[in-house]
Design a protein around this ligand. Structure first.
Ligand code: PEP
Ligand code: MN
Length: 337
């Protein structure tokens, strides 16, 4: 349920309303919007008398929220959420960010070379997997602790904030110097992990599961937010369909639809969505045009030799070309109207 307050509500009436609701074990989430204040009520609101609240002088409107996600719901928070990832590096509400880098951290030379080149092309954040979720247990599993150390080295050299995937709660202490913690598609519904991430004060990049609905994605965001961490970035990375010509099917309509349903930033990963380097540029352009708040793109200095996801990885030159195309699209991108 949401309660929209009139401007400058009388404090005593407001205090009475708050203590009455709290007495019914209802949590209240205040949002100061650009024009009004919204109280989002979380808990069992079935027994709350909507007419009683509506009749108060301080109340402009009351609505029941049907969706099971509350904190992530745009009805609770009409303005776009802007997340400041590092000083001056913002995403959401018109702030667009490109996260680029290799699928996996492979060596100091590789991780630092690619970091310098994507920075020069205009990437705002640097990615690289240290803990890799691989379909085969015999495939390269990532450099683990050493991979995170090398990413920190790239961050120190370039100043780019770093993004890397967590696979297990027990690894979280290693992520202290990581700016954005990624939850991969395979862990989107690892609820214990999501709850733990909800206790942190760090942005979380939540990727859509291979066969998850948008409502399930939003419910996973809700798990993180319910713990108090509201810095969640959603990522559309393609879903599994009957089509086998591409690694996944990029569900691009999810971008404007998610942005109707939630205030959280939404980015698109055209690399995992297609699995094919030649499709990354057109899909990056299309995602930008559809109103995405950013992109995640895999870049490798030698894709043919990459230890993971080489076929979808761009060379630094191809990434530079994509950045130019994306920047040309941005001024005409869909912005909700
Ligand atoms: C990745 O970003 O490297 C990755 C493994 O992505 P996803 O979880 O979307 O498959
Ligand atoms: Mn990858």
């Amino acid at each position: 349920m949401i309660v929209i307050l009139k401007s400058n509500p009388e404090q005593k009436q407001l205090d009475n309303l708050i203590s009455w609701l709290k007495g019914m074990n209802i949590d209240i989430h205040f949002t100061e919007g650009s024009t009004k204040t919204i109280m989002g009520l979380i808990g069992d609101t079935a027994s709350v008398d909507i007419d009683l609240i509506q009749a108060l002088d301080i109340v402009e409107d009351v609505k029941r929220v049907q969706e099971p996600y509350k904190n992530a719901n745009r009805k609770f928070h009409p303005d776009d959420t802007v997340i400041e990832i590092a000083p001056g590096v913002k995403i959401g509400g018109g702030n667009f960010q490109v996260i680029a880098g290799p699928c996996s951290v492979e060596s100091e030379e590789q991780i630092c070379t690619v970091a310098e080149s994507v920075k020069a092309s205009g990437a705002g954040l640097y990615r690289g997997g240290a803990f890799k979720p691989r379909t085969s247990p015999y495939a390269f599993q990532g450099m683990r602790n050493e991979g995170i150390r090398l990413l920190s080295e790239a961050k120190a050299r370039t100043g780019l904030p770093i993004v890397t995937e967590v696979m297990d709660i027990s690894h979280l202490p290693l992520f202290e110097n990581v700016d954005v913690i990624q939850v991969g598609a395979r862990n989107m519904q690892n609820f214990e992990l999501l709850k733990e991430l909800g206790k942190l004060d760090k942005p979380i990049l939540l990727k859509r599961g291979l066969s998850s609905t948008l409502q399930e994605l939003l419910m996973s965001a809700e798990y993180i937010m319910a713990g108090g961490n509201e810095k969640v970035i959603l990522c559309e990375r393609g879903i599994r369909t009957f089509e086998t010509a591409m690694r996944n099917t990029l569900d691009l309509a999810s971008v404007p639809l998610l942005k109707e349903k939630t205030h959280l930033p939404v980015i698109v990963d055209p690399s995992h969505a297609t699995g094919n380097a030649s499709l990354v540029k057109p899909m990056a352009m299309a995602a930008t045009a559809a109103g995405a708040d950013g992109l995640m793109i895999e870049v490798h200095n030698n894709p043919a030799k990459a230890l993971c996801d080489g076929p979808q990885s761009l060379t630094p030159e191809a990434f530079d070309d994509v950045m130019k195309a994306v920047n040309a699209i941005r001024p005409v991108a869909f912005n909700g109207r």
